[in-house]
Design a protein around this ligand. Structure first.
Ligand SMILES: Cc1cc2nc3c(=O)[nH]c(=O)nc-3n(C[C@H](O)[C@H](O)[C@H](O)COP(=O)(O)OP(=O)(O)OC[C@H]3O[C@@H](n4cnc5c(N)ncnc54)[C@H](O)[C@@H]3O)c2cc1C
Length: 537
């Protein structure tokens, strides 16, 4: 069984993550769980996500096509959850934490171990260094930055952001960039060229479609938002949770006549899946008063059009304090003495980290926490998270003229919202012959399936005679999955976030990142800043 832990689970640690709960509720036979186990044992490539992810996705998709008995569903859910529990709970070959098993140079002693080197992990690391604390960052990709990703066109040298683009006009943002000598400018929010509104299911233009003016609805929305100032700093809810926060956002829209805002939100909440079904709480968290203010005064972006410069400079400054392409394989946060013990698999072999404190910044989905010594309370909380899926890419040779962007609006859905999974937008870039394509889904999909869907979507534009198209290819493709983490309204009502925040500081562990506040880098830096006094205490 150790082989499962060692080989299979790292394989799942791809950006594309399987939702076990979803799998459990949508697969067709308990026999498939046996296949999963058998298949898992056969995996021998620790870096390769391939066959296991493919198998899961095939099973999930096949199951969705047919009906299934409720007993079978529960059996499978049980099997999948038991498998995960076994895999996370089994003592691994790494969990004896004996110092003598490690070379002197493979033992890393630090004040703080930060797990995840994206927006919040990098911010925490740099700020802790400034506060004269020693840190180590464990990041499973080959770079820092997380959802920030900048593509450099090899021919022109132009850069195109395929992740985080803009930041708030706040001192914390200006100071952070200034620290790395990265100049900021006001972002230009107007999209260049011509926008075509197309139902991308058919490839046909939606005749006469004009996006609604959101101004009046935004005023009504802001009036509601001001009732909940405590949402600006986190999920600091009052109890009982106000019913409006628990309403599906679609119902909230009707209740307060916010119809004019929905298309704007469709743009701003890209990656959230069907946001009309989410509790209003999550929309308020995303479209908060800081965002509304910056709609008016403007957002900031990097003057050199390279948001990744922040992370490259942070990587250089952190030097050996960053472990890239690395992941946790065992952990003992309750170890006697001054330090938690964390065993990390790195390209240079195993390292034993002795850390006084740990900051988790990664999406806390159970399958992302393999190797963690989760308590039953932690497991029970994290297992409740569902996630949406978000994919970004740059395509060459689409045939679409360089000055034309395409926005997906459905001809026959409420508010003309696009049907997901599907392409949100095909955008112009500053590079000739290169279009940016954004794709969303309510759940994880295999990269290959998303790519095939994107290619056929573009082809439909040509077949329908809407735009000239050719067969494109991907200059870059990136999965930002799992993206938005949510729990059902009932869980929110029953105190989920009170319990989640109750974990803060327990077992030498502190928590930040989007699941603990919102998908917004600037606001996450603010949130992380409030955590630092607790971490350095
Ligand atoms: C396409 C896109 C555009 C966006 N645009 C904007 C924008 O313009 N402005 C804005 O403010 N926000 C934007 N956001 C949202 C913003 O990027 C996120 O809110 C922010 O990055 C979240 O920070 P984080 O630290 O929680 O996660 P991330 O930045 O994703 O960092 C998490 C890190 O943890 C790593 N990781 C994951 N699992 C593990 C593991 N098991 N072990 C080790 N490492 C792991 C990941 O590789 C990643 O580096 C955008 C997001 C996307 C996807």
């Amino acid at each position: 069984m150790e082989n499962i832990l060692v080989f299979f689970l790292p394989a799942c640690r791809d950006e594309s993550v399987i939702d076990f709960a979803e799998l459990g509720s949508s697969s067709s036979s308990s026999a498939t769980s046996a296949i999963v186990l058998t298949h898992a044992i056969k995996i021998d490539n620790p870096n390769g996500p391939g066959p296991v992810l493919e198998l899961f996705s095939e099973m999930t998709l096949a199951a969705r096509k047919g009906s299934m008995g409720i007993i079978v569903r529960y059996l499978l859910m049980l099997a999948a959850v038991s498998f995960l529990a076994v895999a996370t709970a089994l003592p691994s070959q790494y969990s004896d934490f004996k110092l003598e098993d490690y070379n002197f140079t493979d033992v890393i002693t630090r004040d703080v171990c930060i797990v995840g080197g994206g927006s919040t992990g990098t911010y925490a690391a740099i700020r802790l260094l400034d506060l004269r604390k020693s840190v180590v960052v464990v990041e499973h990709k080959d770079r820092l930055g997380g959802h920030t990703q900048t593509y450099t066109d090899p021919q022109t040298g132009h850069t195109v952001e395929i992740g985080v683009m803009e930041f708030h006009n706040l001192d914390i943002v200006k100071n952070y960039f200034k620290r790395f000598n990265i100049p900021l400018v006001l972002a230009n929010s107007s999209s260049p060229g011509v926008t075509s509104y197309v139902d991308l299911r058919t490839g046909k233009e939606v005749a006469g479609y004009v996006p609604p003016d959101p101004t009046e609805a935004l005023v009504r929305y802001a009036a509601q938002l001001t009732k909940y100032p405590y949402l600006e700093t986190g999920f600091n809810l009052t109890y009982p949770v106000p019913e409006d926060l628990l309403l599906p956002f679609g119902d909230f829209v009707t209740k307060y006549s916010l119809q004019g805002l929905v298309q704007l939100l469709n743009d701003y909440a890209q990656g959230f899946g069907d946001f009309l079904k989410h509790s209003t709480l999550y929309v308020f968290k995303l479209l908060g008063s800081d965002v509304i203010r910056d709609f008016q005064i403007g957002f900031l972006t990097t003057a050199r059009h390279d948001n990744s410069e922040l992370y490259e400079k942070a990587t250089a400054e952190l030097g050996q304090d960053v472990l890239l392409k690395s992941y946790i394989v065992a952990m003992d946060r309750d170890a006697a003495g001054a330090y938690a013990k964390v065993v990390v698999k790195t390209p240079d072999g195993l390292k034993l980290i002795l850390a006084r404190k740990i900051i988790l910044t990664i999406p806390p989905k159970l399958q992302n926490l393999v190797g963690w010594d989760l308590s039953s309370n932690e497991s029970s909380l994290f297992s409740q998270f569902r996630n949406s899926a978000y994919y970004t890419s740059l395509l060459r040779h689409t045939g679409i003229p360089d000055n034309i962007s395409v926005v997906n609006v459905a001809a026959d859905t409420p508010y003309n919202l696009p049907v997901l999974p599907g392409v949100y937008q095909i955008n112009t870039t500053t590079v000739p012959g290169l279009h940016a394509v954004l794709f969303g889904s309510d759940q994880w999909l295999p990269d290959a399936q998303v790519q095939a869907d994107i290619i056929s979507t573009i082809s439909r534009l040509g077949t329908a005679g809407t735009l000239p198209t050719t067969t494109p290819y991907f200059a870059i493709f990136s999965s930002h999955t799992p993206y938005e983490l949510t729990v059902p309204a009932k869980a929110i009502k029953n105190g989920f976030y009170k319990e989640l925040y109750g974990l803060q500081g327990q077992r030498r562990t502190y928590y930040t990142g989007a699941a603990f506040h919102t998908h917004d880098s600037s606001l996450l830096w603010q949130f992380t800043e409030t955590l630092l006094p607790l971490v350095v205490a």
